[in-house]
Structure formats: C-alpha cells, structure tokens
Ligand binder design. Structure first.
Ligand SMILES: C[S@@+](CC[C@H](N)C(=O)[O-])C[C@H]1O[C@@H](n2cnc3c(N)ncnc32)[C@H](O)[C@@H]1O
Length: 401
C-alpha cells in the first residue's frame, strides 16, 4: 500500500501522551508537532486510527504543500489541484483549519479562497459544484497556513473525534471526551486498579476509563467518519477494521466508581452508559464527595488481602466545579477535598483539573505534578496529589531505606 503522511491533531499539551498512545497502538515512529503528531502510514492505518485513537481530535492526510506570495496566489495554487479526484459533487463539504499569516487581511479569507477553488474546479470539470455545509459536512478539508507556507489536507475524521457517538445527554459543564482520555493517560492509571470520579456529572471520565480498561475503542458507537464519503473509500477494508475491534467488556476485578451530589446527573450518567458494553463495569451513587468512604467505594471482594483498594495505582480523576461565582464556598469545597483525600483515600493518586488557582491553594497538600491544559478556552491546571499511607516523611524514609 502507498505510504501517506498522517497527522493527528490534539489539544494543547497532549502531544507526548498522544505519541505514547500511538506507540502502544503499533506506530513506533512518531514526530511531535505543535498540538499534533505525525506518522507515516497507509489508508488502512487512517481507518484504524479514526476508530481507535482516544487522545486525538482528528486524523488528517496531506494532499498538497506549497508556498504562496500573496492572497490570490493561494487561489491560483489551490486551483491546480484536481479536487474532483477526492469526492463527488453530491457530497457537501467544508474547509477548516488554522491561519497564522500576515498575508491575509481577514482571517476567514483563506477559507473562502480554497472553497472557491474547489467549487470552480468542479464547475469547470463536471458542470456542477458541491454545496458547502459548515455545520455537518460530509467531506472536510483542512488548511494550515504559517506565513507563506500552506499545507492542505483531507480531514478524514470530519467532525471532531470527541463526538464519540455514545453521549445521549450532557450536564452543564461536561468534559470533552478527548480531554478526558488525555487526563486518564496523563495520570498513569494502570487500567487494573480502582478508579473513581466523585464529581462525575454526565460520566465522561468514567466511560472513557472503562472503554480504555476494556480495550474497546471509544469511537465504537460513532457513525460519522468523513473518509466514508471520499471517492477512495474501501468499504471492505473498513469492515475488516471494525470486525477486528473488541466490542465486549470482560468483567473487571476492580471498581470504576462515580458519584455526584446531584441525582439528576447520576441519572444522566446511567442513561449514557446503559446502551454501552461497559455499562456493568461502572458503579454509581448519589453523594457529596466527603460522604464517600473506602467501604462504600470498594465492596469486600474487591479489596486486596490488606483490605485496601484494588491494584497498585488506585486513582481519582475529577473535574470539580471551578466556582468562578461561588465566592468563599469554593475554597471551602477544595479544602474539604484535601481533608477527604488525607482521611479516606490513603494510597491513592488523586488528580484534579481546575481553572481556579486560588481554590487549589485551599486543598492544603503539595501537588507532585502540575500540568497546564485547556478545558475549552479556559486555562486549567491538572494537579496530582499522592496520598501516602503514613505521613509523607515516613514514606520518603521508607523509600530511602
Ligand atoms: C464540572 S461538573 C463535572 C462534569 C463531568 N466531568 C462531565 O463530564 O459531565 C461538576 C459536577 O460536580 C457536582 N458537584 C458539585 N458539588 C459537589 C459535591 N459537593 N460533591 C459531589 N459532586 C458535586 C455537580 O453536580 C457537577 O455535576
């Protein structure tokens, strides 16, 4: 099969974890870019990655790269491409991407120029042009311009891959599914120890964790993939990739446990997970976080011989309220979190993502890691608190022995 250059786009700060995921998926040669990584592969790999990759927003395949001298040069060079080789005029299309160039007076203008080049090529070659559909296009092109350098690609995913197809309902501030997968991978959770989210909302972290542990692709429920609308779509190859994917969840001998103070949210999570193969792997309850204790999270048979949580890396990952409008109340909540970690989560690796740096101070524990990330447009910090069995001093001493 012909080798192609495949770029996987991701979120700020997630390049390393995406690289790590690709190595695990069998792609050892990965080049790191800014908010993206690149590999060489085949169209079979493109289909495989769209189905399997958890930490990428889209999978794109380069079709042309050139330099331009001015705005009209972009149209002229784009017009040299035979766009009719990629799709037929009965499909809708969109052009999206990123432009960092002083050549353009208006940031949207490059997209119009490419759109015109595509429409004009079709009109001249076939007498009719495809329609543009910005919201739900069947075919999507990606344009990246940095000063004079232009890269044009097919966006083989189309709509972003965080649209997994499993979410029936979302709460007020749901976590983007790709960000949830990134957080889980960053945490180093081993996929066989207790996992909890005590602010589960609509259940994104729990669902992503369960899919990961069961080795079921997160996009197993997704129907839309733009590559299905390309002229070169190979249905047999896609069927083969799909039939090789794991779909059944084996029984876990550890808990994935979620809770939320709001019963509506827990109901929403239940409705979201009910049709999924991982439904039975997730336990849920309605509580405020501090009401949860070890006994509630872990039933007897799930504790190990010392009566502790299952596995070597019991992990909490949570996206609590950021509380921009909650005043002192939010600081009290974060202080309560720190107290609860110390009292009830001994041996845990606790990770919190929040944009509220002031409230983080109230946790009252020293984070062992701080990672800058964005939740949408909000700059956030993702912090790890290692809760040792004894005091931190005892722990350090035992490591030194
Ligand atoms: C930012 S949302 C979490 C969104 C979730 N990650 C998702 O993907 O849908 C914060 C959640 O914390 C819950 N919450 C607020 N105070 C709480 C408390 N004291 N204990 C437990 N949950 C609480 C809210 O009901 C809300 O669902």
């Amino acid at each position: 099969m012909e080798k192609i250059r495949i770029t996987l786009k991701t979120l700020f700060g997630a390049e390393e974890v995406l690289k790590d995921e690709l190595i695990e998926l069998g792609f050892p040669e990965v080049t790191l870019l800014n908010r993206a990584v690149q590999i060489e592969g085949t169209w079979k790999d493109v289909y495989f990655l769209n189905l399997h990759v958890r930490c990428a927003i889209s999978v794109i395949v380069e079709i042309a790269s050139f330099r331009i001298s001015d705005e009209q040069d972009l149209y002229k060079k784009a017009k040299k491409i035979d766009w009719t080789q990629y799709f037929t005029s009965d499909k809708t299309f969109a052009v999206k991407g990123a432009v960092f160039s002083t050549l353009f007076s208006h940031t949207q203008y490059p997209y119009f120029l490419i759109k015109d080049a595509i429409a004009d090529t079709f009109r001249e070659k076939e007498g009719e042009r495809p329609d543009v559909n910005v919201k739900k296009p069947q075919v999507m092109f990606d344009i990246y311009i940095k000063e004079n350098q232009v890269n044009l690609s097919l966006n083989t995913s189309g709509l972003p891959l965080y649209m997994r197809g499993y979410r029936q309902e979302a709460g007020i501030a749901p976590l983007n599914e790709v960000l949830a997968a990134i957080l889980i991978r960053m945490s180093g959770w081993d996929r066989k120890s207790t996992f909890i989210d005590p602010f589960c909302g609509s259940g994104t972290l729990l669902i992503e964790a369960a899919f990961l542990a069961a080795n079921i692709p997160s996009c197993i429920e997704r129907q839309h993939f733009a590559f299905k609308n390309f002229k070169n779509f190979d249905e047999n190859l896609w069927d083969e990739i799909q039939s090789n994917a794991t779909r059944v969840c084996k029984e876990f001998d550890f808990d994935i446990f979620g809770s939320d103070i709001d019963s509506e949210m827990v109901l929403m999570t239940k409705r979201n997970i009910r049709p999924l193969p991982i439904a039975r792997a997730i336990k849920l309850s309605v509580n405020s976080f501090e009401e949860l204790n070890a006994d509630e999270i872990n039933s007897e048979e799930e504790k190990n011989s010392e009566g502790k949580f299952k596995g070597s890396t019991p992990t909490l990952i949570s996206n609590p309220p950021y509380g921009e409008r909650m005043g002192d109340e939010i600081n009290e909540m974060y202080q309560g979190l720190g107290d609860w970690f110390k009292k009830d989560l001994k041996g845990f690796s606790c990770w919190i993502i929040s944009s509220n740096l002031e409230a983080f101070k109230s946790v009252g524990l020293n984070p062992s890691r701080r990672i800058k990330l964005f939740n949408g447009d909000l700059e956030c910090s993702f912090r790890q608190y290692k809760i040792f069995e004894g005091s931190r001093k005892e722990h350090v001493m035992s490591k030194l022995k």
